[in-house]
Structure formats: C-alpha cells, structure tokens
Design a protein around this ligand. Structure first.
Ligand code: MTE
Length: 324
C-alpha cells in the first residue's frame, strides 16, 4: 500500500474543471478571431491551440473495426491529443501534451493480482500482440461537461482479466497508475493522493463495452492519453478512464478511487453519465462537444452516455442518486 499524505493544495484551490474548459475555449476563440478576422471561424470547429503529439507514432498492426462503434464523426486528433486531463503532468488541459514526453511507455508491464488463481504480470508487447486489437469509436464524456468522440484502439478488458482466472471472491477490480515522480513530475505536488487509482465492479469490468485502450487513430497511445495502456468505460465519466496502468487487482471489497477519495460529495464510485444527477457545481444535462466551438449550442447528454440499451441492466434496482 502506498503511504498517503494529506494534499498540500486543498481541493478548494484547484481550478474547477469547468473554468479550465471555458478558459481554453475563450483562448481558442480569441486566437481564431485575431488570426482570421472576426466571424470567419464562428460556428465551425476551431483549430487546436496545441497540436503537440500529432507526429508519427507507431501504427498498431491488424486493427479490425468493431461493431460496437458509434457512427458519430470522431473529434479531431489534434483536439484528442491536445486537450487532456492527466494530473501527473499538470492540472491545466494543455499541460500533458506539453510535458508528458518524460513518460517512458516501453518497457512496461502490468501486474495482475488479488483474488485470482493465476496472478502474474504481462508486458505491453504481449498485450499488443496477444489480444485482437479493434478500433472502437466511443464517446468520452467528462464530468465537467465536455465530450469527445475518440477512435480508440483496444480490446475488451474482460479478455485480459479472464486469463488470470478470477475467483468467486473477486467482486471488484482495482486499477493503479504508475507511481514515479521522475517520469510523472506532477506527482511531486500533492494535488491528488498518488498513485491515481480507480475501480469497477466485476460485472462492469467484464462488460464487452469496457476496453483497455492501447492506441487511438490507428497508432499507439500518445503519452498524454495514457500510454501505453488505459481504461475506457464509455458509459461512465472520464475520470473512471485511468491512464498508464501498472497494476490490476481483483478485490472482495469496493476499491478506492482517487476522485472519490479527494471529493466524495462530488465524485462517486459509480460515476455513470447521468443527465438527471447534477454535479454539485454544474448541470450534467448538457455538454459541449470539443471542436464545436464556443458559440455552438450545447448538446443534450444521454443516459449512460447513449449506451443505456447495453448497460442499464447492470444497475437494475440501484438508486443512482445514492450511487452517483
Ligand atoms: N488517469 C490518471 N492517471 N490521471 C488523471 O489525472 N484523469 C482522468 C482520466 N484518467 C486522469 C486519468 C480524467 S478526469 C479524464 S476526463 C480522462 O482521463 C481524460 O482522458 P483524455 O485526456 O484521454 O481525454
């Protein structure tokens, strides 16, 4: 277990995510107006402020399209790789693209342990070659009311979990990000309790929509998006999508998740996209699609991020206002 220290910066002093989002949109709008003349870019997608990461990354071989994908147009790659939440590399949305080059995603291994018959570890090369890589175009909806459509490359998390033979004690799955302040300089500041941690109930983890993503837009993941391996749970808020995973543990009891530990009134364990349950500081009923531009109307948020047909049954009988 890591030794947890109280945060040096109280949560109240962390810039609320909605404020960053607005700051960035204003910056983009200002740049667009200054560069091209008023009115020319309004209502159209604005260029990304930071195209960092757009260079060639290793392509992933033999990626097959997945029938699980949405047919919505994907968000531009520049926006996906230039607008990130990854506190290990800073608390501003532009920070990870500028600073995550210090992360070394190879060699990399993920330990799988806890309530299973075959605990062990798996290297990233075996992850890339040992599972059928699919392109899955999923929505990512963040709690502070912004969203993207991302052409992830990945495979069902359940395919990996089954290899380690979970026992009947395995009711939950816990995930941990790398803890290494040399590679992740943001960990030198106690803005969160490091390492970043997440958890799912075992049926959520085994659901075919839940993937481990190894890439996006056909290439290996850029560091700022969680290289070399991150979780994607498309019906849940973005903070469940833990990045740069080094440990996956089967547990009998509900694991800690970082944002719940930091601000339990605001971020629950379940964190399902739910337009009917507002965050204490903003509405969850509508969201802005990154790339739409500051003046485009917000879109209506769908229950379970539009995946209700596939996942609503997981929560039958639960009060989602309590389990938010
Ligand atoms: N994982 C780690 N390790 N650290 C983080 O700060 N932020 C989460 C999630 N995973 C985060 C993380 C949040 S709040 C969001 S919205 C998504 O990553 C953002 O993923 P993206 O940058 O690929 O869009």
């Amino acid at each position: 277990m890591p030794i947890l220290k109280p945060p040096a910066i109280p949560p109240s002093e962390i810039t609320p995510p909605a404020v960053w989002a607005r700051r960035r949109e204003l910056l983009k709008a200002a740049l667009a107006l200054a560069g091209t003349g008023a009115g020319l870019t309004l209502g159209r997608p604005l260029p990304a402020a930071s195209p960092t990461g757009a260079g060639a990354l290793e392509p992933i071989a033999n990626v097959r399209p997945s029938p699980q994908s949405t047919d919505e147009p994907p968000t531009s790659r520049d926006d996906i790789v230039g607008y990130n939440n990854f506190y290990e590399f800073g608390t501003e949305k532009e920070d990870p693209a500028a600073t995550a080059h210090t992360l070394k995603p190879r060699p990399w291994a993920v330990v799988v342990d806890g309530a299973c018959e075959a605990p062990g570890q798996i290297g990233i090369e075996d992850v890339l070659t040992g599972f059928t890589q699919e392109e899955r175009i999923y929505r990512l909806r963040c709690v502070e009311a912004w969203a993207m459509v991302v052409p992830w490359v990945g495979f069902p998390l359940g395919d990996l979990l089954k290899r380690f033979k979970p026992t009947s004690q395995a009711r939950y799955v816990a995930f941990e990000t790398l803890l290494d302040p040399k590679q992740m300089p943001g960990q030198r500041r106690a803005v969160l309790e490091w390492p970043y941690r997440e958890g799912l109930r075992i049926d959520e983890a085994m659901h075919p929509l839940t993937i481990l993503a190894t890439g996006l837009y056909g290439q290996v993941l850029p560091n700022q998006n969680g290289a070399p391996l991150r979780l994607v749970v498309p019906w849940k808020y973005g903070f469940k999508s833990i990045k740069s995973i080094v440990r996956i543990s089967f547990t009998a009891t509900q694991p800690v998740n970082t944002w719940n530990q930091m601000q339990p009134d605001e971020y629950g364990f379940y964190a399902n996209v739910n337009p009917d349950v507002d965050h204490p500081r903003w509405s969850q009923a509508r969201h802005r699609m990154i790339g739409d531009g500051l003046f485009a109307p917000k879109r209506k948020t769908l229950m379970f991020n539009g995946y209700a047909d596939q996942v609503a049954s997981l929560y039958a009988g639960m009060d989602l206002r309590q389990s938010f």
